[in-house]
Ligand binder design. Structure first.
Ligand SMILES: Cc1ncc(COP(=O)(O)O)c(C=O)c1O
Length: 273
């Protein structure tokens, strides 16, 4: 187990009445670190800030969060940092306290070895659907039961991820990733308007696409468009770009040229590919 800090204190603990535990009343960020440096920290802070504003939780100072993240990373250098920010403790009941004392949890762990994801992964379509609520979309709040239940649907170790659809059958992403399709040299990714998380790696891919002058369409995606895609890939801050070579029961795809170009370009700007 890596180092962890609760409100800056090593071996600290979260109170039983913390609203993060009681109601999932908080937010989190999962960040990649390499050689003592946190990747895309500013983008993670930007998403956390949007989440804090949406939920009305005071945003801790990014400089304090960075200092704590670097502290837990000291021994490890390369790995994963998970940051959790909750509305803290409060009296029984849903009503948020007027002046919350925010809880910060920062922990480091080693990167899990993923089997040659660069060559492509096999995924499936989950039965679990994502509920639609524009006010909760985009942010990385602590309520993740849909993803937990979706991940419980399969045991096959060959299946690396599960695609998730909204209750109206639109493709939104995977349990812990965003999705991109490539069709006729254009990128397509679902709009995050009423469900899904606005991924940091998704943003980085969009930024790189711009520099490559690759046309991008952000809109609704359904399974028939997915089947018609030339290439498919998933994005996540830890795993970067992972080409999808098979969606069980839906079809197979190559680890295509556009996906590989984007991976190379992300590596060139110092991000995991
Ligand atoms: C539901 C969900 N969507 C998308 C993502 C990808 O986000 P990011 O690129 O910030 O890792 C994650 C990351 O864990 C996630 O949990």
């Amino acid at each position: 187990m890596g180092r962890r800090l609760v409100n800056g204190v090593e071996a600290g603990a979260v109170a039983a009445d913390d609203r993060g535990l009681q109601y999932g009343d908080g937010l989190f960020e999962t960040m990649a670190a390499r050689d003592g440096r946190i990747r895309a920290f500013a983008l993670h802070m930007a998403r956390l800030e949007v989440g804090c504003a949406r939920l009305g939780i005071p945003m801790p100072a990014p400089a304090l969060l960075e200092e704590e993240c670097l502290r837990v990373l000291e021994d490890l250098g390369t790995g994963v940092i998970k940051l959790v920010v909750t509305r803290g403790t409060g009296p029984r009941g849903y009503r948020p306290p007027r002046e919350p004392t925010v809880t910060r949890v920062v922990m480091a762990s080693a990167l899990r070895a993923t089997a040659a994801a660069g060559e492509g992964i096999v995924v499936r379509v989950c039965e679990m659907r994502l509920a639609r609520n524009a006010r909760l979309a985009g942010i990385k709040h602590l309520n993740r039961l849909e993803q937990v239940m979706a991940c419980a649907e399969w045991q096959d170790p060959e299946i690396a991820e599960g695609l998730m659809l909204a209750t109206d059958d639109r493709v939104i992403g995977a349990t812990a990733a965003n999705i991109f399709l490539v069709r006729h040299g254009r990128l397509q990714t679902p709009e995050i308007r009423d469900c899904g998380v606005a991924g940091v790696m998704r943003q980085q891919v969009l930024n790189v696409a711009k520099t490559l002058e690759l046309p991008v369409e952000i809109g609704d995606v359904d399974l028939s468009e997915l089947r018609a895609a030339d290439e498919i890939f998933l994005t996540n801050a830890l795993t970067g770009i992972r080409p999808v070579i098979e969606v069980r029961g839906e079809g197979s795809w190559p680890n295509g040229e556009v996906t590989q170009t984007l991976r190379t370009r992300l590596e060139a700007v110092g991000e995991p590919g």
